[in-house]
Write a new protein. Structure first.
Length: 82
């Protein structure tokens, strides 16, 4: 996986949008509580990117996931090591 990316398995309930929002919020809080330099850097800013990609695992390959990540890293002006 690329930096700033996560692969998760989730049940159908709660809906994936709610799951992603909760996961991003909780992980952001936990990371910023644990690492002061990150908290200072991202204070008042968005920690995670807005979007997310979701599909059933039976329909895609690892290559499809990597192409999606590469496309969004390039689009957002981020480097894989950012």
């Amino acid at each position: 996986m690329r930096p700033h990316s996560a692969l998760a398995q989730a049940a159908i309930h709660p809906p994936h949008g709610i799951f992603v929002r909760r996961a991003k919020g909780r992980s952001s809080r936990k990371i910023q509580q644990e690492f002061e330099h990150i908290r200072k850097r991202y204070w008042g800013q968005r920690f995670w990117q807005r979007g997310y990609f979701s599909t059933t695992s039976g329909n895609i390959t690892d290559d499809i996931i990597m192409r999606y990540l590469d496309r969004h890293i390039h689009k957002d002006g981020l480097s894989p090591s950012a």
